[in-house]
Design a protein. Sequence first.
Length: 223
Amino acid sequence: MYSVITGDIVDSSRDLEKGAGDPYEVIHQILYDIFDEFQGKGWLGTGDYAIYRGDSFQCISRAEDGLLLGILIKAALKGGRIKSVSSSEESTSWDCRMAIGIGTVSYKADTVEESNGEAFIKSGRLLDKIDKRFLAFATPWKSIQAELDLMAKYLDIILHRLWTPATATTVLEYLLHHPTQTELASILKISQPAVNRRLHGAEIEVLEMTLERYRSIIKLKLQ
């Protein structure tokens, strides 16, 4: 069983602030950077992701990793994270929406564009239905769908409506590398109390509990 994330950028055609560069180039770089991080962590393999038309994307991973990857993609885009840009420099924030489809893959090719199966179909069809919500799930299991729908609504409130770009950048580094707050302060060039405030504002404890709950219910279904 796999998790397929299909997503796009909300309002990608808007004009960027003067000097910020071409919007599609910026989006493209942010997405490639975060997918490169995923490969480095072993969450994605070569060819397990694609970026379409500059503002749409898709990736395939283990079923139990789907939510973590979705949150990290959201954080990278919301924080405008580009490796070549210092964290102290102003960057551009983007919102996105994502459909996570969980299911079988009948054909897993060398590239995600050529792959096909239940997870791809569920993910692609769902994205067309979610309007401007951040996240939605489609699974083959009716017994957990209601819980996942509630989870998605909660995450929409926290990540989509309440996170600031600074919060998103902090959560991204925290979930990717699990540094101490002191280490995170050094990475972000802010004080440790500021890190603490950002993580608290991000509801990081509940977010980690949500990620663990997601993993546990998916793994139970895979047994």
